[in-house]
Ligand binder design. Structure first.
Ligand SMILES: [Zn+2]
Length: 83
């Protein structure tokens, strides 16, 4: 295969400054909270779901699911524990 030349031309076209994602209109930062899974004693971050109504994730070790609803008043705490 001789794909080196075509790859070079692609780079020349699509690389003005390297900040395409931040310009696409979507907010880059997703909210997250820290949560401690007491089942496996692991601390991880879980992220807000697409609707923005809850934090959803799972234990990275035993895959136990967890879902934290986000209240209208907002939750004051940034740290949670899952039992
Ligand atoms: Zn676990």
């Amino acid at each position: 295969m001789s794909s080196d030349e075509s790859m070079t031309s692609i780079n020349l076209i699509s690389e003005p400054a390297g900040r395409r994602e931040s310009q696409s209109g979507e907010p880059a930062k997703r909210k997250f909270v820290g949560i401690k899974f007491n089942c496996c004693r692991i601390y991880v971050r879980i992220y807000v779901n697409q609707e923005g109504t809850a934090y959803e994730g799972h234990c990275p070790k035993c895959f136990k699911p967890v879902k934290l609803k986000i209240g209208t008043g907002g939750t004051s705490s940034r740290f949670f524990e899952a039992y």
